[in-house]
Design a protein around this ligand. Structure first.
Ligand SMILES: [Mg+2]
Length: 316
């Protein structure tokens, strides 16, 4: 167990008194690992879909290459800001947003309620993933086919743009892709008896993808190891992070107040706030937009590096 005490220091953005922490749920990308430089990739893929729809061969190898070359080359105001706001949402929801935008702009024709579609675009932007009012059968069928297909397309562009080469470099020099102080922080929690869990929106298959990345960075995963388990998403089911985290909380039989949630995305922080956890936002000092957003969401602590003295002083 580790105790966090609110000292009122500048890293505290939402008061929390005193907390006894037994479990820690950590996001991976941007929170501990820098292997996936995903925002420019997500932005170009969503931009491409919202402007072109999903024509035949939209996810061909040739298109993958085209988008790998285009990623990060020019500002894309709408999708760039969407990526910042939607960080942590299920990738399937992010793909769905682009399809809905393409429908709204007339680049995809599917029988649906246009007004309802517009509302859902706004709701996704606000961080919602599950909707009560159903889509038409045609719309549901269209999303069921194309969101997983686009998710795979996005991963291919991501692999080509940064993931594969960064992983190769990380195999020789892992520290280049680890957030400052991340390893020390996780080890310290582990030594104090806190059980660490990685929770990601990426698909987790042993020895591949995110699993391989985390192990390359030197985090051992397994029962009794520094990271107890790595819990991820699937290619086909939209599972919001709050549901993944609530399920984990129930499985552990834990109380939210004894949980620490560490992340850089809106969805894990919102989920943490909802379950009454102590929330730590890992955000660059220059990232004023997201620092303000996370404060509004109800996060408790903000850090850029886990080594910051201010942050260290909160732990007893
Ligand atoms: Mg993240």
């Amino acid at each position: 167990m580790i105790k966090f005490v609110d000292t009122g220091s500048p890293s505290v953005i939402g008061s929390f008194g005193e907390r006894e922490i037994l479990y820690a749920f950590h996001d991976i990308d941007g929170t501990h690992s820098l292997i996936r430089d995903w925002p420019p990739v997500m932005s170009i893929v969503l931009h491409y879909v919202s402007e072109n729809g999903v024509p035949d061969g939209y996810d061909s190898d040739e298109q993958v290459k085209k988008l790998v070359d285009l990623a990060g080359t020019e500002p894309l105001p709408e999708t760039d800001s969407f990526c910042i706001e939607s960080a942590g949402l299920s990738a399937l929801t992010q793909m769905e947003w682009a399809i809905r935008r393409a429908i709204d702009k007339g680049h995809i024709t599917v029988p649906c309620d246009k007004e309802q579609n517009r509302r859902k675009i706004e709701m996704i932007r606000k961080g919602e993933e599950i909707f009560e009012d159903p889509d038409t059968a045609e719309m549901t069928a269209f999303l069921t086919v194309h969101t997983p297909r686009l998710f795979k397309f996005y991963e291919k562009v991501l692999n080509g743009f940064c993931r594969d080469k960064n992983l190769e470099i990380a195999k020789k020099d892992p520290d280049r892709f680890i957030v400052s102080g991340s390893k020390e922080f996780l080890s310290m929690l582990y030594e104090k008896g806190v059980k660490n869990y990685f929770v990601t929106g990426a698909v987790v298959e042993k020895g591949m993808g995110m699993h391989e990345e985390v192990e390359t960075l030197g985090f051992e995963i397994g029962s009794g190891k520094i990271v107890e388990d790595l819990i991820g998403s699937t290619w086909t089911d939209k599972i919001p992070k709050d549901q993944i985290m609530e399920k984990l909380l129930r499985t552990l039989g834990a109380d939210g107040k004894n949980v620490l949630v560490v992340g850089d995305g809106r969805s894990e922080i919102s989920a943490g706030v909802k379950m009454g956890a102590l929330c730590v936002s890992r955000l660059e000092k220059t990232d004023t937009f997201r620092r303000n957003l996370h404060k509004t969401l109800g996060s408790n602590i903000v850090v850029e590096s886990y080594l910051e003295e201010d942050f260290q002083a909160l732990m007893k």
